[in-house]
Each structure stands twice: as C-alpha cells, then as structure tokens.
Design a protein around this ligand. Structure first.
Ligand SMILES: Nc1nc2c(ncn2[C@@H]2O[C@H](COP(=O)(O)OP(=O)(O)OP(=O)(O)O)[C@@H](O)[C@H]2O)c(=O)[nH]1
Ligand SMILES: [Mg+2]
Length: 244
C-alpha cells in the first residue's frame, strides 16, 4: 500500500490545509471509526495519520470530528474517512449515527492506563451492538513511548486481540511509531474483503450465479461478509467535498 500525505482534509473546522489535494479524487470510500476512553490519544492518532501532526495539549474532543486521507492499494485510490469521537461518557448518546456505515474500527487504549485497556471489552461490546456485524476491528495500545510506565503487558493485549479476532498494534502518536501500520493494516483488511466481494460479484455475474456465489466473503474476524454494507458503499470518482 502506498499512502498519500497530500490528500488529507479535516472535518474539524471545515478548513483544508494548503498542501492538500483539492481534487479529492478517489475510487473507493471506507468509513473508519476511532473509539476508546478519553485521553488515550484517538485524536492525536487521527491527526498524526491524516496530517502528520501531534498536539501535546490537545483538548478532549467534543462530539464528533473527522478527517480523511487517500491511500493507494493496487492502484486504487481509497479515501479513508476517519471519524473520531469523544471518549467521555457524556457524549455517548451519538453512537448509532457514528457507527452507521463504518467498515473498520480501531479501539484505542493507553498502555499506561490499565482501566482504559479493561474498558476495551465494553467498547467491543458497544461496537457489536451498534456497528455492522462484519466490521473489521483493530485493537491499538497507544503511547508506546511511555513504556517505562507501562501497565498493560503487550502479550496480554495481543492475546485479547487474538481471542476476539482483532488486529493488534502498539503505537505512539507522539513519536509516529506504528501509526501508519495500524491504519494501513485495517484499510488493507477491509480492501481485501472488498476485493473478494467484487470478485465474487464478477463470478456471480459470469455464471448467472446462485446463492453460493452471491458476493459473500470472509473477513479477518472469520465472519461472512455483509454484502449489503459493501454494496451500499459507493464507488466514487472525483468528489469535490467531504462526504459523510
Ligand atoms: N506520550 C504520549 N502522549 C500522547 C500520545 N497520544 C496522545 N497523547 C497525549 O494524550 C493526551 C490525550 O490525547 P487525545 O488525542 O486528545 O486523546 P483522545 O483519546 O482523543 O481523548 P478524548 O477526545 O477525550 O476522547 C494529550 O495530552 C496528548 O498529547 C502518545 O502516543 N504518547
Ligand atoms: Mg479526542
């Protein structure tokens, strides 16, 4: 996968940055969501990935923000539209709109805060209750630069991820360590499902197919792919505005 750092645009304030691609051309749109306790670094992971920015004094997110980045896989331009919400309890009411249409999610915890890791089961439950059942999910242990204050062992989190069929990465938004990898793995996993789905549609069309070739695929979580959500995901060319 190659990523384009020049095509990010932010939903934070409706503004775009000078070095951005104003064409916003893309072939496929993937909506991703970031969830996890307040203060774990969701917003900084987002700004690191979409604008290569980090803010040591970032304020708690109010409501929902989003930013985009174009990544390329196999020559296809994929617009990753990444939604970032407040981890604070009082903002939880917005969930259904937040999760609607999401094809991937990153559940973030802080490796120095065991409570934020323990709460990942609740975040996972919330995803299962609100998001598409076939959403691809990654678990992120952020703030790996603070390893001297670590309270969540890597192996414990890795096992939790394995048991729940989640992707897993430890990241540092501060040091820009593994941030690309975390997002790229998620986007690639979604893309592979998308590709399989497309191939199955082609096979289905070629052979006047029946229910065995109806486009269902398997995601990394081992579940069958919800074809409706992928069919609903528009394949677009040339858009001049953020779409959400
Ligand atoms: N050391 C270190 N600090 C980080 C890292 N990522 C974020 N932070 C700091 O952690 C604090 C919270 O970061 P945010 O990105 O605002 O956290 P959030 O998860 O978006 O929080 P809410 O919006 O309240 O849900 C800020 O002071 C950041 O500078 C990291 O990788 N390492
Ligand atoms: Mg935030």
């Amino acid at each position: 996968m190659s990523t384009s750092g020049t095509a990010a645009d932010s939903g934070n304030n409706g503004a775009t940055k000078d070095n951005q691609d104003y064409g916003f051309e893309y072939d496929i749109l993937f909506k991703l969501v970031l969830i996890g306790d307040s203060g774990v670094g969701k917003s900084n992971l987002l700004t690191r990935f979409t604008a290569n920015e980090f803010n040591i004094d970032s304020k708690s997110t109010i409501g929902v923000e989003f930013a985009n980045r174009i990544v390329q896989i196999e020559g296809k331009k994929i617009k990753a539209q990444i939604w970032d919400t407040a981890g604070q309890e009082r903002y939880r009411a917005i969930t259904s709109a937040y999760y609607r249409g999401a094809m991937g999610a990153l559940i973030v915890y802080d490796i120095t805060k065991s409570k934020s890791y323990e709460n990942c089961s609740d975040w996972l439950k919330e995803l299962k209750e609100n998001a598409d059942s076939n959403i691809v999910i990654g678990l992120i242990g952020n703030k790996s630069d603070l390893a001297h204050n670590r309270s969540v062992p890597t192996e414990e989190a890795r096992n939790f991820a394995k048991e729940n069929q989640l992707l897993f990465t430890e990241t540092s938004a501060l040091e820009n360590d593994n941030v690309e990898k975390a997002f790229e793995e998620l986007i690639t996993a979604i893309y592979n499902i998308y590709k399989k789905h497309q191939a199955n549609i082609d096979i289905g069309q070629d052979s006047q197919s029946n229910s065995n070739t109806n486009g269902a695929g398997i995601n990394p979580n081992g579940k069958s792919l919800n074809t409706v959500s992928l069919k609903d995901q528009k394949t677009k060319k040339s858009s001049s505005s953020n779409c959400c």
